[in-house]
Design a protein around this ligand. Structure first.
Ligand SMILES: NCc1[nH]cc(CCC(=O)O)c1CC(=O)O
Length: 333
């Protein structure tokens, strides 16, 4: 007697935000999954989240850290979605009880990048003229830049990648340039607009925790999806990002505090993880930085490594800088 035909699996639903960048990222993951599981159907569900809607409220005044993730996580928990594709740097280090970070695929360029207004001749931060206005709403970027480039000024710049670029390029706008993540720019086809890649070796500023990587989030206990997504995981990207997230978790910072990091694999066989980190006061006048090298082989070792560097920063005065920032925030609306 032959087996009765099995009902085909329902499509695996991949949730994401509705920006062009988010959809491009989700399509990349869908294509990779389709290659691994050619018989399975995949469907992208792109949602307009609260974070996309409110363009004016200061980022830290939203209260909840997970402005971009909460609605998607609700749909994951209620089984309307099976996986969420996030920019890892937008993913809080504390996830809801019902959700898990299932996999981190190969990370793209984690660096920040400088983009100068179309038609202007400047190509580096150092050569921008006195008083030039840098568009950024990231206190991590502005605090580090104030520290190193006191001749620059800053103005908020929000919106998706394309909107921000259009605002900078507008000849009537105040912006001389902006800083954005290289990975974000490259994914939407704007690599050719990058004037300078920034990092410890050029420009001097450190990127956000998890920048340039994607985080794939699932319902806790969904072993079938965990197994499938595990096949997209990249080991070195995962270890480096988990170390960065443990540092952030220990310092209790979200995406709205000025903490920069940089990780690289060094030494024989590139088995040693080197992580630099910096915490800067908003005005750039005080900072604490350090770096740590260690062999890191497992997720637990990566988390312990990130925690250790965070503890060293705290001993050197990072908690005083962070506490002052939180205490001086205007009240939540
Ligand atoms: N905070 C916004 C955000 N979240 C993820 C990216 C780009 C993709 C990435 O760096 O992972 C960006 C834009 C930016 O900061 O320039």
């Amino acid at each position: 007697m032959s087996e009765p035909p099995r009902a085909p699996l329902p499509p695996l639903r991949i949730g994401t935000r509705r920006s062009n960048l988010a959809v491009v990222q989700a399509e990349g993951i869908r294509d990779s999954l389709q290659r691994i599981a050619p018989d399975r159907a995949f469907e992208i569900v792109a949602l307009h989240t609260l974070g996309d809607k409110d363009k004016s409220t200061e980022l830290y005044n939203f209260g909840a850290k997970n402005l971009w993730t909460a609605e998607l996580e609700d749909k994951l928990t209620s089984r309307d979605l099976d996986v969420i594709v996030h920019c890892l740097k937008d993913m809080p280090t504390r996830l809801p009880e019902s959700c898990d970070l299932a996999a981190i695929p190969l990370r793209d360029d984690p660096r920040d990048a400088l983009i100068v207004k179309a038609g202007m001749p400047y190509t580096t931060l150092k050569t921008l003229p006195e008083g030039a206005i840098v568009g950024t709403s990231s206190v991590r970027r502005s605090a580090q830049l104030r520290r190193l480039y006191p001749h620059l000024r800053f103005a908020n710049l929000r919106g998706n990648v394309e909107t921000r670029l259009a605002k900078v390029d507008d000849p009537e706008s105040e912006y001389t340039c902006m800083i954005m993540s290289a990975a974000g720019l490259e994914r939407v086809g704007l690599k050719h607009r990058i004037n300078q890649y920034l990092g410890s070796k050029d420009g001097g500023i450190l990127h956000a925790v998890g920048q340039g990587a994607l985080g794939l989030e699932i319902r806790k206990g969904d072993d079938a999806v965990l197994e499938l997504l595990g096949r997209l995981a990249d080991e070195k990207s995962t270890l480096a990002c988990l170390a960065e997230r443990a540092l952030l978790y220990t310092l209790e910072g979200g995406c709205t505090v000025p903490i920069g990091v940089e990780t690289e694999w060094v030494g024989d066989g590139a088995r040693v993880l080197r992580m630099r980190a910096i915490v800067v006061s908003l005005d750039g006048t005080r900072s604490v930085e350090d770096s740590l090298d260690a062999e890191v082989r497992t997720n637990d070792e990566a988390r312990a490594f990130g925690k250790e560097l965070a503890e060293r920063l705290v001993k050197a005065g990072a908690d005083a800088i962070l506490k002052e920032i939180v205490a001086n925030r205007p009240p939540k609306n």
